[in-house]
Write a protein that binds this ligand. Structure first.
Ligand SMILES: [Fe+2]
Length: 199
């Protein structure tokens, strides 16, 4: 007997969006990640559990901005996604853990197990700055909703839904959400086990 994976409709949206990367570097990385993802119907290694993360209050707005498919699929599932924030507290950003988080859907410790790639959603509530950080993993982001400011190795650019941002291994990066919450898809490849760290 096969069990329907409740993440499949959302993962289908994420895969479809991730496949639209246009630049050579982003499309090469997205193709690598998409090829490594387990297919639809992959079983859940850990069950989904209820979350009460404060960012959930802004998810419906971001999902509406992202389009009909996201508006239909994301809000009903959002409170069952594994939202996580793994940094130690920062004196210069009190309460940051209540204003941003990521939900890894595929990865070494995610509901859908993969030792090759991480694939999930990052959510940053309006007006929130995610400070400079780095990690050994190669990271590809796809902005789904929210005009935002992205810094990579000292260069800051405005990014909009549809944009892709590739963070090479070890590169310093930061993001800031403006008046609307930022919803983005991310992938990790390469060394996906070593943690991310603030600088
Ligand atoms: Fe990152």
């Amino acid at each position: 007997m096969t069990t329907e994976n409740p993440l499949d409709p959302l993962l289908a949206l994420m895969r479809a969006h991730f496949a639209t990367a246009a630049t050579a570097a982003a499309s090469a990385e997205s193709a690598r990640v998409l090829a490594a993802l387990p297919g639809p119907g992959a079983s859940l290694a850990v069950p989904l559990t209820d979350s009460a993360h404060p960012l959930l209050a802004e998810v419906p707005e971001a999902a509406r901005a992202a389009g009909a498919g996201w508006a239909a699929e994301l809000p009903p599932l959002a409170a069952r996604l594994p939202w996580r924030y793994s940094y130690a507290p920062r004196p210069d950003a009190p309460g940051l853990e209540t204003r941003m988080a990521w939900a890894e859907l595929v990865g070494p410790a995610a509901p859908i197990r993969s030792d090759a790639v991480g694939f999930g959603l990052t959510f940053i509530t309006r007006g929130t700055f995610y400070p400079l950080h780095r990690h050994p993993a190669v990271e590809l982001y796809a902005v789904v909703a929210g005009e935002s400011e992205w810094t990579l190795e000292g260069e800051t650019r405005l990014r909009r839904p549809g944009d892709f941002i590739l963070h090479p291994s070890g590169a310093l990066h930061a993001m800031r959400a403006f008046a609307a919450p930022l919803l983005a898809i991310y992938s990790w490849s390469g060394d996906i086990v070593s943690p991310t760290a603030y600088v």
